[in-house]
Design a protein around this ligand. Structure first.
Ligand code: AMP
Length: 386
């Protein structure tokens, strides 16, 4: 049996973003110390950690330095190179393991893994050249989506192909090595589940969450998702099956399309906490971040049950700053609104700067209140209203 890593020990986190920040806050509440490796100083996670090492994520010496000073290493993003993962693992257990990262950091390997597990996903084909792209379009048909195999997230490196002219124009030097072509799914809605799996193989699951995206970036998440009991059960079963097959220790988010005819198709996996699970901080007995701590430290998992009837989360992107500093008072004045800001100085368009969570009696009320709170803090909305 794996020895638990008890409060008082030190956890290392690869990545300095908001997921690392909320992980560090949860870990510190449980009495752990947290060391972070970040690519930039004063990172969102570094600001709340005990120690921040600033270096490139693929710098094996820096990763080894992090791992030497901690009892376990985990991560807030999956694009950790094999060399860096091995450097960590020499000094402290890496959870989730390098084998999980190898699969989930590469779309082709990930999709092949999901298919081999017998879990449904949209038809796809790996493509390695312009000629192969044309051939794959011939088999898969249009509309389709072309995605880079590695390092894509939030729709980055992704092109929708509607016509043969789009196909001709689509092949880009960034695809030169590997890409994947998949059918464009006319989904009824997008859902996600977040599975936690401990060192002892015990699993639990949050969701499904109902997610809506703007410009490919998550905009709003709702819990519980208004989905048939069969759909919710199948979504959780898919999550459990994939986490088990990965022999995961930690969290696994599974993003899913629900098709108009009621089928669930896997879109993407992320072996970490996820933006769609932020509302678990206010809505669930144990947040996804505390659950991540528990899973990688070999502690018993916490309950994933809802503490409230319904919750909604709305992301705050850098675009909100376009007309000046947002009116934080407007959110803080409302008793049901929880404001989270990630300590990022530069509000660039599309950059995740924070989020709002609202709990309420129904998902519709929670969603409306979250959207109203976001509109109320926006300098653009309030200026045009005045
Ligand atoms: P991804 O980066 O693959 O998670 O994609 C980001 C978002 O793009 C998804 O959440 C969907 O809203 C949309 N998307 C991605 N792939 C497809 C697809 N095959 N069909 C329809 N929409 C897609």
């Amino acid at each position: 049996m794996t020895q638990p890593i008890l409060p008082g020990a030190t956890i290392g986190v690869l990545g300095g973003g908001q997921l690392g920040r909320m992980f560090a806050l949860a870990a510190r509440r449980l009495g752990y110390r947290v060391h972070v490796l970040s690519s930039e100083p004063d990172s969102p996670a570094g600001q709340v950690a005990d120690h921040e090492i600033v270096a490139a994520y693929d710098d094996p010496d820096a990763v080894a330095e992090l791992a030497r000073g901690v009892d376990v290493v985990t991560l807030e993003f999956e694009n950790v190179s094999a060399v860096a993962a091995a450097a960590a693992d020499r000094h402290a257990p890496l959870r989730p393991a390098a084998s999980v990262l190898h699969i989930t950091q590469h779309r082709i390997r990930e999709k092949q893994f999901v298919r081999a597990a017998g879990v449904p996903l949209a038809p796809f084909e790996p493509v390695y050249s312009r000629d192969e792209l044309h051939a794959a379009v011939g088999r898969i048909g249009l509309p389709a989506v072309l995605k880079t195999a590695a390092a894509g997230y939030d729709g980055k490196g992704q092109i929708r192909l509607e016509t043969h002219a789009d196909v001709e124009a689509a092949w880009h030097p960034s695809h030169a090595h590997e890409a994947v072509l998949e059918t464009f799914v006319a989904f009824e809605r997008e859902l996600s589940v977040i599975v936690a799996r401990g060192c002892d193989g015990v699993m639990d699951c949050y969701g499904p969450f109902h997610n809506t995206h703007e410009r490919h970036i998550l905009d709003v998440s709702l819990l519980p998702a208004e989905a048939a009991e069969r759909v919710s059960r199948e979504a959780r079963e898919i999550g459990f099956a994939l986490a088990e097959r990965l022999e995961l220790v930690g969290l696994l988010c599974v993003e899913l399309f629900l098709t108009e005819d009621g089928r669930l198709l896997v879109n993407e996996l992320a072996p970490r906490s996820h933006n769609s699970g932020h509302l678990t901080i206010e809505a669930c007995a144990t947040s996804q971040f505390e659950q991540h701590v528990r899973a990688v430290c070999g502690l018993p998992l916490g309950a994933t049950t809802l503490r409230v009837s319904a919750a909604a989360m709305a992301n705050l992107l850098g675009d909100l700053w376009a007309g000046g500093t947002p009116h934080w008072r407007a959110a803080l004045e409302q008793p049901g609104v929880a404001l989270h800001l990630y300590g990022k100085r530069e509000p660039r368009p599309g950059r995740k700067m924070g989020h709002l969570t609202v709990v309420d009696a129904t998902v519709a009320q929670a969603r409306d209140a979250a959207l109203a709170a976001r509109a109320a803090i926006s300098p653009m909305t309030t200026r045009s209203a005045s």
